[in-house]
Each structure stands twice: as C-alpha cells, then as structure tokens.
Design a protein around this ligand. Structure first.
Ligand SMILES: NC(=O)c1ccc[n+]([C@@H]2O[C@H](COP(=O)([O-])OP(=O)(O)OC[C@H]3O[C@@H](n4cnc5c(N)ncnc54)[C@H](OP(=O)(O)O)[C@@H]3O)[C@@H](O)[C@H]2O)c1
Length: 352
C-alpha cells in the first residue's frame, strides 16, 4: 500500500512526525507493507507546495523544510489551508495546525474541504474535533473516507484506536481523568513546596506550559478534551463551553492547596457521566485521597479512566508526553487507514 500524504502545518508535531516516519520507514514497509509519499506541504509562514510524484519523509527532514526550501520540482501553492486541502494530490491530509479552542477554525474548514474532496484526514488538532465531530464523521462516511484523530487527547496514547479495535460492542458509561499535563505539573510542584509562580515557571522551562498558562489552569484545555471524549466515546453533542468548569484558576489553586488535609493530593479532574438523554461533563479541582489511583500520577503525567459495561474500569496512564508521542499517534492513524484499505480496497482510495 502506498499512501500519498499532504501535510498542513509543520511545527513541533509535524517535524517530529517527519523524523519518526523517516526512522520507521523500513518497519512500516516490512511489517505493514506501507510506503508514504509526501505530495504537498503548507505552513502559515513558509506557504505551500505541491509535488504529485511525492517525496519521502527522509528527504523533507534532510532539506529541513519548512525552515529550509520546498522539495526540488515542487510547484508553489499560494492559497489558504482549505484550498490546499481541496487541491493537494493526496489520499490523506495530515492536519497539524495551531489549536483554536474557541471555534476550531480555520482547521475545521480545511478538514471539511479535504473530506469533501474525497481525502481521508488525520489530525492531532482537538479544536475541529471538539467543534465539528458529528458533522465531519457524517461527511467522511458519505465520502467513504477515514477521519482519525488519536493524538487529540493524551498525545498518542491509544484511546480511540483502543476503543475501536479492542472494545467491540462496549458502552462507555463515563470517564474520569487528568488530561492537562501543565496543571498536574504545577499542582505536583506546589505539593513539594513550590509557590504557584515557581511551579508555572518550572512548567514553562520544561516546555510543558505555554507563555500564558491560563488556558491550562482555568480548565479550558481540559474542557476541549472532555468534549472530544464525550462526543466520540459517549455519543454526546457537547461544545467546550458546555463543560462545567468549577473552582479553577490560580487563586482557587492557592486556596485549595492551603485547605488540603494530610495525605490528600490536589488534581485537576475531568469527569463525564450520562444524564438523561445527554452527557454531563465538568472540570474541577479535587482533593484526592491516597486510595484514588489518579492521586498517584507523577508531575508530567496524564491519565484517563473509562467506565465500561463490559470491562468495568480501565485506566490508561501516559508518562511525560510531547510532540514525539503525538507524532506516534498520527503515524498509528496512518497505519490504521492503510490497514482498512487493505481489508476493503474499494473504500476511500481517491488518487486525486
Ligand atoms: N505539541 C504537542 O505535544 C501536541 C500534543 C497534542 C496535540 N497537539 C496539537 O497538534 C497541533 C500541532 O501542534 P504543534 O505543537 O506542532 O504546533 P506548532 O508548533 O505551533 O505548529 C503549528 C503549525 O501549523 C502552522 N499553521 C498555523 N496556522 C496555519 C494556517 N492557517 N495555515 C497553514 N499552516 C498553519 C504553523 O505555521 P507557522 O509556524 O508558519 O506559523 C506551524 O507549522 C495543534 O493543534 C496542537 O494542539 C500538539
């Protein structure tokens, strides 16, 4: 199987993906009979290029694109991301642009354009999945193509792929987790005696926190992830603003830390449960007793516990995550697409 791939956005994750695919080229060929050709690339500042005959990940790494030049023989493409997604000569668009938690745009529009043109999509961007999952999935089904997004929650930790492949006919009744690494890092350092400011500065030095950590500490990042999980795994139709955010933020963290009983651990917790026909989700600061498994996650870790009707409780814990793990989830999604085409060769094989 040869996949023609176009890459929209190539920052930390995109560069890690190219490096990983170059390293794993022989494994993908020998174990999965899979080869990849990059037929297009675009970033905001470097602009776009198209190359119908394709080039390898190793070649893109070696020329240093997008800081370096586009590959030899490529034609420049001057329009926006949605036009690129519609025009690129690829079977799969890999969408790795910046998160817009409020609307999911412009990535949502790019993904619509790719699916509408009969291309499968892999994205690590939780914005468009949180804001448009049901619509995008319906479009992908109508077009007979794939929409995969493993890396939108807990980097490349296999959540969606595990549920799809290994929990057939299972109902996910709810979930509880610790999905924001920055909050866990900051609360963990505060438990060791650091002030909030020292803990945030440490998270920034470790490359976990953004320059403005309020999205993380105020629970907004966790709300977007909770929306993706609730909509995909539980059939909900939430938007991030529907997730209740309770007692969060810097001041609440200081107060909750001061009120903590001995042995308790303070964590930012995401919870979702069925409520009538719908799903109720919330993000809160919780003082966890030592008997709670989530109390034991280390500073940079994230965790998710699923409540199921077949397997009881299942808990996934990710060690320190980052662009490398996120790239792995994207690669796993590409392999999943190739596998599904091998088993149903008439599906989603647009060679546009
Ligand atoms: N970093 C992680 O560990 C991680 C983990 C899970 C999920 N994710 C998600 O993965 C995605 C990529 O993350 P990242 O860390 O690689 O981000 P990043 O380093 O900021 O890179 C974003 C890339 O998207 C490009 N871009 C932004 N807007 C664009 C537009 N309108 N048209 C074309 N290109 C555009 C940027 O181009 P310029 O550089 O030219 O602006 C850059 O190449 C994000 O949605 C993020 O939330 C990341």
């Amino acid at each position: 199987m040869h996949l023609r791939v176009a890459l929209l956005g190539c920052g930390n994750v995109g560069r890690a993906l190219l490096t990983l695919l170059a390293e794993k080229e022989a494994v993908l060929r020998e174990r999965h009979d899979l080869t990849l050709g990059f037929t297009g690339g675009m970033t905001r500042s470097a602009g776009g290029w198209l190359l119908p005959e394709g080039t390898s990940a190793a070649e893109l790494v070696s020329i240093g694109w997008p800081q370096g030049p586009a590959p030899a023989g490529a034609q420049a493409f001057g329009d926006d991301g949605a036009a690129f997604a519609a025009a690129c000569p690829a079977n799969v668009l890999v969408e790795l642009t910046t998160l817009n938690p409020a609307t999911g745009q412009p990535a949502l529009e790019s993904i619509r354009a790719a699916l509408g043109a009969g291309r499968s999509v892999v994205t690590a961007n939780k914005g468009p999945i949180a804001h448009g999952y049901h619509e995008l999935r319906a479009l992908a089904e109508r077009q007979g193509v794939a929409l995969r997004f493993e890396s939108t929650v807990m980097d490349g930790t296999p959540i969606f792929n595990m549920v799809e492949a290994s929990l057939p006919a299972t109902e996910i009744r709810g979930f509880r987790g610790l999905l924001n690494a920055t909050s866990n890092y900051v609360l963990g350092r505060m438990a060791e005696g650091a002030s909030l400011e020292e803990a945030v500065a440490g998270a920034q030095r470790a490359g976990i926190a953004e320059a403005d950590p309020s999205n993380d500490l105020d629970g907004w990042d966790a709300s977007v992830k909770a929306t993706v999980l609730a909509n995909v795994l539980m059939g909900a139709d939430l938007r991030p603003q529907d997730v209740v955010r309770d007692g969060l933020g810097a001041e609440a963290m200081r107060r909750a830390k001061a009120a903590l009983a001995p042995g308790q651990m303070l964590k930012q917790i995401v919870e979702a449960e069925r409520a009538g026909e719908g799903v109720r989700a919330r993000v809160t600061l919780a003082a966890l007793p030592p008997s709670d498994i989530l109390a034991h996650t280390a500073t940079g870790e994230t965790a998710l516990r699923l409540y199921t009707d077949t397997m009881g409780e299942l808990t996934l814990v990710e060690g320190d995550g980052g662009p490398g793990q996120t790239a792995h989830g994207v690669m796993a999604d590409l392999v999943a697409i190739a596998r599904s085409w091998n088993s149903a060769p008439e599906q989603g094989r647009s060679d546009a």
